[in-house]
Design a protein around this ligand. Structure first.
Ligand code: DGP
Length: 116
C-alpha cells in the first residue's frame, strides 16, 4: 500500500484547503505556494503515487483531470490567452508530493517550458 500524503487529507477535508471543485473522481484546490496568478492542483481522489503507478483502471479519473482543468481554466478566464498543465514524476521531474496531481498554471506569460 502506498503511503498517504497531505493530499489525501485535503480530499477528505480533514485539513483546510481552498477547494474549487470536487466530485467522485477528482478534487481541485489552490496550490499553497502559487507560481502564477492562477495555480490550481487537480488530483485524483484515489492515491496513485507517481505516473509510474498509473494503470488502465485509472483512466476515467485521469481523463477527468483534463475536463476539470478545462472548466477551471475557463472559470479563471484563462482559455483564450492560454495556460500550462504540468505533471511531475519522481526526482528528476521535481515531484514533491507523492500523490499524482496536475498543475494548472496561468494568468501571465509563463515563459519557456524549461529553464536550462
Ligand atoms: P510537485 O512538485 O509537482 O509535487 O508539486 C507539489 C505542489 O503541492 C507544490 O506546488 C506545493 C503544493 N503543496 C504542498 N503541500 C500543500 C498543501 O498542504 N496544501 C496545498 N494547497 N498545496 C500544497
Amino acid at each position: 500500500m502506498a503511503e498517504e500524503t497531505i493530499f489525501s487529507k485535503i480530499i477528505r477535508k480533514e485539513i483546510p484547503a481552498d477547494i474549487l471543485y470536487q466530485d467522485e473522481l477528482v478534487t481541485a484546490f489552490r496550490d499553497i505556494s502559487p507560481k502564477a496568478p492562477t495555480h490550481i492542483l487537480i488530483v485524483p481522489n484515489v492515491l496513485i503515487p507517481t505516473v509510474n503507478e498509473v494503470e488502465a483502471e485509472h483512466e476515467q479519473a485521469l481523463g477527468r483531470l483534463f475536463t476539470v482543468a478545462r472548466k477551471l481554466a475557463a472559470e479563471a478566464g484563462l482559455s483564450e490567452d492560454g495556460y500550462r498543465l504540468i505533471m511531475n514524476c519522481n526526482r528528476h521531474g521535481g515531484q514533491e508530493v507523492y500523490h499524482i496531481h496536475m498543475h494548472l498554471l496561468g494568468g501571465r506569460p509563463l515563459g519557456p517550458m524549461l529553464a536550462r
